[in-house]
Write a protein that binds this ligand. Structure first.
Ligand SMILES: [Fe+2]
Length: 125
């Protein structure tokens, strides 16, 4: 969603949103690699196809090209949903005594909450 919006955003906020979305999707791609490699380290195959991503995703894809501020609203909701997922998993990995995954989840929680705040700030006066 973030990369899609980086490509398709338009309007007076183009430059700042295009850049901001690039920073965010670049961070997300790096995190995706870490998460996939953690899954491999735990002995499971990492999902790697769009079909698998679509099946596993909790965030619904956005149809069409929303207006710039609607893109920001979609991204706020997606960042908050991702933070909720990370928070919900923390007790599960604690129970499993899996510190590396807990560390990864804590980092994701921090990034997604901070990114949600930055995006929400664009919607405030
Ligand atoms: Fe680009």
């Amino acid at each position: 969603m973030t990369h899609n919006f980086h490509w398709n955003v338009k309007g007076p906020m183009f430059n700042s949103l295009h850049q901001m979305f690039m920073t965010q999707y670049s961070e997300q791609w790096a995190a995706l690699d870490q998460i996939a490699e953690r899954i491999r380290a735990l002995g499971y195959p990492a999902p790697g196809t769009y079909a698998q991503f679509a099946k596993l995703a909790t965030i619904k894809e956005v149809e069409g090209v929303p207006a710039a501020l609607d893109m920001v609203r979609h991204l706020v909701a997606a960042q908050e949903a991702t933070a909720r997922t990370a928070r919900k998993l923390l007790p599960v990995v604690d129970e499993a005594d899996d510190q590396p995954t807990a560390d990864l989840l804590t980092q994701r929680l921090d990034v997604h909450e901070k990114t949600a705040w930055m995006l929400r700030s664009l919607l405030e006066e």
